[in-house]
Write a protein that binds this ligand. Sequence first.
Ligand SMILES: Nc1ncnc2c1ncn2[C@@H]1O[C@H](COP(=O)(O)OP(=O)(O)OP(=O)(O)O)[C@@H](O)[C@H]1O
Length: 264
Amino acid sequence: MYDTNEAKTAVQNDVKFHCSDVQVYYGESHAIKDVSIELLDNTVTAFIGPSGCGKSTFLRCLNRMNDTIDICRVEGKIDLDGEDIYDSRVDPVQLRARVGMVFQKPNPFPKSIYDNVAYGPRIHGLTKNKAELDEVVESSLRKAAIWNEVKDRLHAPGTGLSGGQQQRLCIARAIATAPEVLLMDEPCSALDPIATAQVEELIDELRESYSVVIVTHSMQQAARVSQKTAFFHLGVMVEYDETTKIFTNPSDQRTQDYITGRFG
Ligand SMILES: Nc1ncnc2c1ncn2[C@@H]1O[C@H](COP(=O)(O)OP(=O)(O)OP(=O)(O)O)[C@@H](O)[C@H]1O
């Protein structure tokens, strides 16, 4: 039913994130229950599940974006390369340079294309001079597969690009701080089919350099772009396995019901 690519399966890659017994509360409401998962390097992991099951909440735990929500409380342990990201010594701003994020709606800053990409390297002091910064901007735009479309108008506003171009600009902005992990929260939901195909192709390329975690409502997209899939339901991670296995022979009846469209 779903077109998965078994040859792309990545089982031997290193663990980037080791999450154990993660709980998330919004006030009294228990949104994520006992989630334990290992997320691999050089792998695209898809989070799927019905609306409200907690996919975005769990994704936001991985770079402490939930810290910005007053009523949100995270418990359990989340290690990135063996280091606890919730340790009081960890600076969330530095963490977010290592664990970049791309949102549902393209959100370029009201700045030029160049300045959008240069923003992260500038605030983190990653380059020594203008020539180095130019290089980072160019290589990030190239990796995000948008260089050829913008190279002659780097000083035009980022907000003047099409939706698909804006999303690739946001991916370039996330890549510019040399992250190790890219979190993508429904990155194609505001894009047309052509822009979606371009971003999906890009996600496949990004996997060579990063660990990519993507929340998606589209099971076809999860099947196309990911090697691992986690299925969430009512705040619980029901099943986590090779994408091929999840879409062809899931172990849990709830996963089976979801992928065959019986609920959600
Ligand atoms: N800022 C918030 N304040 C209070 N409750 C929240 C907040 N964000 C999410 N929730 C609740 O947490 C639960 C999980 O929401 P979340 O957005 O993580 O689910 P999701 O699977 O990503 O949903 P969708 O696919 O619709 O985006 C829901 O019950 C939601 O109402």
